[in-house]
Design a binder for this molecule. Structure first.
Ligand code: URA
Length: 328
C-alpha cells in the first residue's frame, strides 16, 4: 500500500475516536454497530445496479450455507449488503457517481481494518458490469488490463486551479490472470483487454444515435479502429477511475469484469431482447463467482469464513500522485 497517498490527516482521527466519519451516500457512519459486524471483510464487489447487488449477496449467502445478509439502512443512492465476508455495493452509472461510492468504501475499509495496511491489501475489489464490445460477439466477458479515457489517456481530474491529477489505470496482472484461469472450463468467452471509460454513453462513446451527436460514420469508425489497434476490447463508464483510485492507495488485488452487450463495430443501439440482455449481464456475474468460489470458498481451510453464519434473518440495520504513464 502507498501510505503517502492515504489521507491520514482525516482518516486517523476516525480511528482514534476524535471524529466520526459519515459515509453519507451509504447512510451510515463509523459509529454504527453494523460496521462492527463487517470487520472480517475480505472482498468488496461493486456493480452499477442495486438489483444486481442484491442478487449477488443472495447467491453468496446461499453458497455459504445461508449466511446472514446485513442490509445497509439507506438505498436511495447506493445499495449495499454484507454477507459471509463480502461487501457488495452498487455505484450507479458513470465516474462521478462511482467515484463517490469508491471513496466512501475506501474510507470504510480503512476504518474496518483499523488502518492496518497489510490487512487492507489482502482485500479483493471488483467492479462487475456491462459494456460495448469492440470486435467481440455479444456476451463475451472482458477482464480489464487497463482503464483509459476516451482519448486513450488515463483518468485525471482538475487539481485546484493549476493543473491535473493523473491516475494510474492499470489493473493488477495476476488478478486478471487468476480470474481468467478460474473460468477456463466455464464454457464462457472470457478474455483480457484494455477498457475505455466514456463520460457519456453517447458522446464520449462516439455514438451516432444520441440526442446530440458530433460524429460522422467515418470519425466513429476511425475512433473504434484506433481503440482496437491499441488493444482496447470494450467501452464502459467507470473503469479508468476505479483502477485509478485503487492504485492511488496501492491495493494489489482488484479487477473489472464486464460483459459486452453489443459489438460497436456493428452498431450503436442496444437491440438485444430483454432475455438476451439478461443473459449477457448474467455472464459477468458467473465469471466473478467462479473466481470467488476458487479463492474464497475452496481456500477456506486457510482463510476461515466469518463467524456470521447464522439462521436466515435480515438485520436492519495527499500530495504524492501516481506518475502519469502518459506524457503531459
Ligand atoms: N455500457 C456502456 O457504457 N456502453 C455500451 O455500449 C454498453 C454498455
Amino acid at each position: 500500500m502507498n501510505t503517502g497517498n492515504i489521507n491520514h490527516a482525516f482518516l486517523d482521527r476516525i480511528l482514534d475516536g476524535s471524529q466520526t466519519d459519515v459515509y453519507y451516500h451509504f447512510g451510515l457512519s463509523s459509529g454504527d454497530h453494523l460496521l462492527e459486524r463487517m470487520r472480517r471483510v475480505r472482498a468488496i464487489i461493486t456493480a452499477g445496479s442495486g438489483e444486481r447487488i442484491m442478487e449477488f449477496a443472495e447467491k453468496w449467502s446461499t453458497l455459504n450455507g445461508g449466511a446472514e445478509i446485513l442490509d445497509f439502512p439507506k438505498d436511495d443512492r447506493f445499495t449495499a449488503r454484507y454477507t459471509a465476508g463480502i461487501l457488495f455495493a452498487s455505484h450507479g452509472m458513470g465516474m462521478p457517481s462511482a467515484s463517490i461510492a469508491v471513496q466512501e468504501l475506501m474510507r470504510m475499509l480503512y476504518f474496518l481494518k483499523n488502518g492496518d495496511l497489510e490487512a487492507m491489501d489482502k482485500v479483493f475489489w471488483a467492479r462487475v458490469g456491462t459494456s460495448g464490445g469492440i470486435g467481440l460477439p455479444s456476451g463475451s466477458v472482458v477482464v480489464s488490463t487497463e482503464g483509459l479515457m476516451a482519448d486513450l489517456k488515463p483518468y485525471r481530474l482538475l487539481k485546484g486551479a493549476d493543473g491535473e491529477y493523473w491516475f494510474n489505470g492499470r489493473f493488477p496482472v495476476t488478478t486478471c490472470q487468476e480470474i481468467i484461469k478460474a473460468n477456463t472450463d466455464s464454457g464462457l468467452k472470457v478474455l483480457s483487454g484494455k477498457t475505455v471509460a466514456g463520460n457519456d454513453f453517447y458522446l464520449e462513446q462516439f455514438r451516432l444515435d444520441g440526442a446530440i451527436s458530433f460524429e460522422t460514420p467515418e470519425t466513429k469508425m476511425d475512433w473504434l479502429q484506433l481503440l482496437y489497434d491499441n488493444g482496447v476490447r470494450n467501452i464502459e463508464m467507470e473503469g479508468a477511475m476505479f483502477a485509478g483510485y485503487l492504485n492511488h492507495w496501492g491495493f494489489s488485488r482488484f479487477a473489472m469484469i464486464c460483459a459486452t452487450l453489443l459489438n460497436r463495430l456493428e452498431g450503436d443501439q442496444v437491440t438485444s431482447t430483454p432475455e438476451q440482455l439478461q443473459q449477457f449481464s448474467k455472464v459477468s456475474g458467473l465469471v466473478l463467482f467462479n473466481y470467488l468460489k476458487t479463492f474464497f470458498l475452496e481456500h477456506k481451510s486457510k482463510q476461515p469464513l466469518p463467524k456470521d453464519r447464522k439462521s436466515r434473518s435480515r438485520n436492519q440495520t495527499g500530495k504524492d500522485y501516481a506518475r502519469p504513464p502518459w506524457p503531459r
